[in-house]
Ligand binder design. Structure first.
Ligand code: NAI
Length: 474
């Protein structure tokens, strides 16, 4: 018999599970977190953080390469990849120990091991029993496998392997032009790898506003990437000088060769060894099925984040974690609300969006009208001083009420800028609300305000009005 009964047991210590644990502890609960690997999960150890640390090194390299343009002389510039990866690891290790410290400081018991659900109130963790009034499953996801022959060959890797590479591959074929594929494409193309992206759909990065996805495709091609769309990969085989990836286009069969093949075709909920079937937990294909309150069909058992197969983003997992814990501990009975979920893609340049894309605005069931306001980064003083003028801000608002429906940004710090738009949409703000808010000058957020002005009566720093004539020269 277990000696202690916990109020909450959480399985998985990623951004869903560890946030849930800290929140539960804040609410006065006795909490145990079971993790078989390092706390921080995929995001901290194999995903968001290492990839962003790698991207940052690449940005420093790209900036240094342009030193001359900024009046800075550089010479002997080269990428020291082992050092780049060592810095990445330092960042990861620092954050992982930060999370460990937070858990310890919050009096969360962290148990190392693999948990299996023995009953709705009991976990078996490597032979030990853990009793808890409520259980939260936060086991995340793993790279998806697709039934394509040859994906087990040496040199075929997933994102888990790429964040541990010890050298820069000369060439890489990326199967899947989704978020993971394009983030790595940006990194490796910038440091000299010949990158080919093979994407099944007609356009890369499916959830991104189509206009931005199209523009990014052009930019990526200018950066030297080869992007093949409408191409379904049929097989990978060993060939002279590396691996050959065969794919089908509507025009017929094609192939391309590279030293390394990265498979980035999505992620699947991870439930291996949890014993969910034995307990009769309802599944939604591979995902744990939950209601809006994050409850499974078994009373007292909740699931959050990627394992629910809903929105596979670290920040959604953390949000879920807070909601599930508050519901489980009876603080309130809250339903999840995913109306405002910013998406951030750390490509070069960055892409971020929140709310409806233009296509989604067009397909609104009530067919209400909308109007788009655009503002190019090249017209921003701050972007000019940064020397980062590629990109645009696109604001979509209701034609009548002016309520903001969606904001999409491509350009420097797009992933930070999107926060203003997320808050505005959450507060049901209108284009006027943003336009009437004084934005500091010279800053990048001014571009959001300018795009809302463009939606209303015209931006100040672009000549968009048909009646506008050039002002007096200054
Ligand atoms: P994804 O679903 O974003 O993209 C996978 C892509 O692969 C799709 O465009 C799909 O059409 C394509 N594809 C599938 N099968 C194919 C085939 N046989 N041949 C060619 N193309 C094929 O998945 P991804 O990029 O692996 O990311 C997984 C999850 O991780 C996503 O849910 C994503 O949101 C999340 N993620 C988010 C990040 C961020 O927010 N910055 C960063 C990394 C991952």
């Amino acid at each position: 018999m277990p000696e202690t009964e916990y109020d909450v047991a959480i399985v998985g210590g990623g951004p869903g599970g560890y946030v849930a644990a800290i929140r539960a502890s804040q609410l006065g609960a006795k909490v145990v977190l079971v993790e078989k690997d390092k706390v921080g999960g995929t995001c901290l150890n194999r995903g968001c953080i290492p990839v962003k640390a790698m991207t940052r090194s690449v940005e420093v390299y790209l900036d240094a390469k342009r030193g001359e343009e900024f009046g800075i002389k550089t010479s002997g510039l080269e990428v020291d990849f082992p050092k780049l990866m060592a810095r990445k690891q330092q960042v990861v290790d620092r954050l992982v120990s930060g999370v460990e410290g937070l858990l310890q400081g919050s009096n969360v018991t962290v148990m190392r091991g693999s948990a299996k659900l023995a009953s709705p109130r009991r976990l078996a963790v490597d032979g030990k029993e853990v009793a808890a009034k409520k259980i939260i499953l936060a086991t995340g996801s793993v790279p998806s496998r697709v039934p394509v022959p040859g994906l087990d060959l040496p040199g075929v890797v997933t994102s888990d392997d790429v964040v541990q590479l010890d050298r820069v591959p000369k060439s890489m074929v990326i199967i899947g032009g989704g978020v993971i594929g394009m983030e790595f494409a940006s990194i490796f193309a910038a440091i000299g790898t010949k990158v080919t992206v093979v994407e099944m759909l007609p356009l890369i990065m499916p959830p991104v506003d189509e206009e931005l996805a199209r523009r990014f495709t052009q930019i990526a091609r200018r950066q030297g990437m080869s992007i093949v769309t409408g191409a379904k990969v049929t097989g990978v085989r060993q060939a002279e000088g590396g691996l050959e990836v065969a794919y089908e286009l509507s025009s017929g069969a094609q192939s391309t060769r590279a030293e390394m093949v990265l498979v980035a075709v999505g992620r699947s909920p991870y439930t291996e060894g949890l014993g969910l079937a034995d307990l009769g937990i309802t599944m939604n294909r591979r995902a744990v099925a939950v209601n809006d309150h994050l409850q499974t069909n078994i009373d007292g058992v909740y699931a959050i984040g990627d394992v629910t197969g809903r929105i596979m983003l670290a920040h959604v997992a953390s949000y879920d974690g807070e909601v599930a814990v508050e519901n489980a501990l009876g603080k309130h009975d809250k339903a999840t609300d995913y109306k405002v979920v910013p998406s951030v893609i750390f490509t070069i340049p960055e892409i971020a969006g929140v709310g409806l894309t233009e296509k989604q605005a067009r397909d609104r069931p009530d067919k209400s009208g909308f109007k788009v306001g655009r503002f190019p980064l090249s017209a921003s003083g701050r972007a000019q001083t940064l020397g980062e003028t590629t990109g645009l801000v696109k604001v979509i608002a209701d034609a009548e009420t002016k309520e903001l429906l969606g904001v999409h940004i491509m350009g420097p710090r797009a992933c930070d800028l999107i926060a203003e738009a997320a808050l505005a949409i959450k507060l049901e703000a209108t284009a006027q609300d943003i336009a009437e808010t004084i934005h500091a000058h010279p800053t990048l957020p001014e571009t959001i305000r300018e795009a809302t002005l463009e939606h209303l009566e015209g931006a100040i720093h672009v000549l968009s009005r048909p009646w506008a004539t050039p002002g007096p020269s200054m």
